[in-house]
Structures are given as structure tokens and as C-alpha cells.
Design a protein around this ligand. Structure first.
Ligand code: PMP
Length: 375
């Protein structure tokens, strides 16, 4: 009997393979196609021949933990206990999986807000939990009445993702206030906050759960250096949680991973001394502007992209096909790959939307836009 009977090849692999076959410009999967920072390369080359090749401590390289604590204080004003509240993980994916498997027991319910990132549900299912998937509002803001109706005595966790993949939505202060009120009313419910796009916001600043003490005390927060430093293949991220939760998370992590790749941890630790995260938002703001401007005269309707490196578009003026079919046509007939939004929903809600990733070189974005405006 399969624990994940409905899990098949992910849409990201399907679209990327189809894009390759048809030599299409790939704006589907969320990873940069531009070179990494030259300084990061130099640090890598220098450190590779030094003594960085053995296990690090289970929770992570001490200097990296210290630097994350420093960043969390600098960016969010939150003071962390380095020895008990931090864990380096093999990307945010492993952090999310480990946290869920440490916290969620057989029969526990986990509220997931759709459209949602694809790793949440399987992680809950492997833990023996029950995913309770409820839709965000039409503008992708949270519907607190719907969330409250979904809470039961068995609810263990609510997962939020802000800035949001796939829609680029960023939560407002009033929404955090509503979440605080809700979780005060239901103190048995914990929070998992996926903030892997924390440094990429355009319209209003990202509000982190780190800055909300009422929530932070019951939250597990995940970040990803893959996203923040344009090295998605290195798979290094971190979890931050209060000690009582982190103690349980470490028990699972110890036997799933023990210690994360030492080389990446050493390199990232040194690079954190010189990197300026504000440059990341500036760089992506340029790419977002370039892509949006280039699509201005297209038949696609551009939805607001408040954060992340995704642009969602509506194509109802072009076709009434289902989004998966339209995305396939876009590759085979027009040479551009995107991700259909319905795959992020449990009930496959199809509003005829596609997600484009603009973490690409300017040339790639302009070449894709040229094909898109011709449709
Ligand atoms: N959460 C979200 C919302 C993501 O978009 C991604 C990456 N696509 C992850 C988590 C996983 O991050 P990582 O590559 O660090 O495992």
C-alpha cells in the first residue's frame, strides 16, 4: 500500500521536460539561470582546499548559526538563543518535512491554504496527519472565517507561506493581527511559516512572523539560502523555533540528515559577512519591471506581483482551455514554459492562470516576452 498514492511526477518536472523537448524558453521552474555572485565563487574555490569536508555539529556549523542569529536580530529585531532555537536544514523542503514529522502525529489535522506549495501535503500524509486544504480568497488573501471553521480539536498546525508561491501575495499587518487573534482563541494550534522569499518584496515590505512575538512563540519559521543567494542547487536552509518545539524537530533531523553538507555551510557562513540582502530585492524589482513592461501590450492580464520572483497572468482573452492544456500548448506552439496554477489546489481550481518565473537573465525574459506578445 502506498503512503502517497496520488503523488506522481511533479508538474515542475513535466513542464521542464516538455520545455526541453521543444526547445522552449523555460519560465516554469523557480530557479535562476544567471551566474552566482563572483565573490561567492571565489570563496567556494578558496575554501574547497581547506579542512571543511567532515561532519559539522548536528544542528549546523556554529559560525553559520551565529550569523543567522545576527541577521534575524538585524532584520527583524528578534533575539535568538543560538544553542537551542536554530537548525540548519537541507533546504527549506527538508526543514518543512522534518518539522511536520516531528510535530504532527497520527490523525492530527494540518490546515493548508490553497494555492499551496507542493511539499506540504505529502509531508503531512507521511506523518499520518490529515491535510485540510482550504482556499484563499479570490485576491489570494487569507479568509479567516474559512480558516476558523476548519479548526477542530485535532488541528495541530496551520501552514502559511509569505511571500507566497505561486501568487506573489504578501500578507498585510491587519492579516497578521487577525491570525494572532485566531491563534489566541485556539491555543492548541501551532504555526509553520514558510518565508523562503523573505528578501523579495516590491510593493510593501514583507512582515515576518519573527516580528510578531505572539506568533513567534508558537511558530516554526523556515528560510532558504537557495532562494536568498541564488544557489537553489546547494539545498541549504534553516528552521527557527522555540526550544520546546526545536527539541522535537532535532530528534527527527538527527536520524533523517544528522548534519547538512559541510562545504555549503562553510561557504555560506563566510559569504554572509559580505552579502547585502537589500540588493536581491532591487535586482528582482528590475527583472519584474522589465518583464511586466515587455508584456504590457500582450493579451495576458498581469496580476499584482507583490513579492517572490513569480508573475501570475490570466489568459482568458486568448483561450478558454484548461490551464494545464493551455500551458502545454504554450510550450509546443509558442515556445515558452510556465506553470498552471490549478496544480497548487487540492480541488484543481482552474481560473485560467499561469505562473511565470522571472528569476532569469534579462535576455531570457525579453525573448520569452517577444513570443508571448505575438500570441
Ligand atoms: N517553500 C516554497 C514556497 C518554495 O517555493 C520552495 C522552493 N521552490 C521551497 C519551500 C523549498 O526551498 P528549498 O529549495 O530551500 O528546499
Amino acid at each position: 500500500m502506498s503512503k502517497l498514492p496520488n503523488t506522481t511526477t511533479s508538474i515542475f518536472s513535466v513542464m521542464s521536460q516538455l520545455a526541453e523537448k521543444h526547445n522552449a524558453i523555460n519560465l516554469s521552474q523557480g530557479f535562476p539561470n544567471f551566474p552566482i555572485d563572483e565573490r561567492l565563487l571565489q570563496i567556494s574555490e578558496r575554501l574547497l582546499s581547506t579542512n571543511i569536508h567532515q561532519y559539522t555539529p548536528m544542528v549546523g556549523l556554529p559560525s553559520l548559526l551565529e550569523k543567522i542569529a545576527y541577521l534575524t536580530k538585524e532584520n527583524y529585531g528578534r533575539e535568538l538563543d543560538v544553542s537551542s532555537e536554530l537548525l540548519i536544514t537541507t533546504g527549506a523542503t527538508q526543514g518543512i518535512y522534518t518539522a511536520i514529522n516531528a510535530i504532527v502525529a497520527n490523525g492530527d489535522e494540518v490546515i493548508i491554504l490553497d494555492p499551496s506549495y507542493d511539499s506540504y501535503e505529502p509531508s503531512v500524509l507521511v506523518a499520518g496527519g490529515r491535510p485540510v486544504r482550504i482556499s484563499l480568497n479570490d485576491d489570494y488573501s487569507p479568509d479567516f472565517n474559512r480558516i476558523e471553521s476548519a479548526i477542530t480539536i485535532k488541528t495541530k498546525l496551520i501552514i502559511i507561506n509569505n511571500p507566497h508561491n505561486p501568487t506573489g501575495k504578501i500578507w498585510k499587518e491587519s492579516e497578521f493581527e487577525a491570525l494572532e487573534t485566531l491563534l489566541e482563541k485556539y491555543p492548541h494550534v501551532l504555526l509553520l511559516s514558510d518565508e523562503v522569499y523573505e528578501y523579495i518584496s516590491f510593493i510593501h515590505p514583507h512582515i515576518s512572523v519573527h516580528t510578531r512575538p505572539k506568533l513567534a512563540d508558537k511558530a516554526i519559521i523556515t528560510s532558504s539560502f537557495g532562494k536568498s543567494l541564488h544557489v537553489t542547487g546547494w539545498k541549504v536552509g534553516c528552521l527557527i523555533a522555540p526550544e520546546r518545539l526545536m527539541n522535537e524537530i532535532k530528534k527527527v533531523h538527527q536520524f533523517l540528515v544528522f548534519s547538512v553538507n559541510s562545504i555549503s555551510q562553510h561557504i555560506i557562513s563566510e559569504y554572509l559577512d559580505i552579502v547585502d540582502f537589500s540588493e536581491i530585492a532591487t535586482m528582482y524589482a528590475h527583472k519584474r519591471g522589465l518583464f511586466q513592461e515587455a508584456l504590457k501590450n500582450s493579451k495576458f492580464e498581469l496580476l499584482p506581483s507583490e513579492g517572490t520572483y513569480f508573475q501570475v497572468v490570466n489568459y482568458t482573452e486568448i483561450s478558454n482551455k484548461k490551464d494545464i492544456e493551455f500551458a502545454k500548448d504554450l510550450i509546443t506552439k509558442h515556445g515558452v514554459a510556465a506553470i498552471p496554477i490549478s496544480v497548487f489546489y487540492k480541488n484543481e481550481t482552474d481560473k485560467q492562470m499561469l505562473r511565470f518565473c522571472f528569476a532569469k537573465t534579462d535576455e531570457t525574459l525579453l525573448a520569452a516576452a517577444e513570443r508571448l506578445i505575438a500570441i
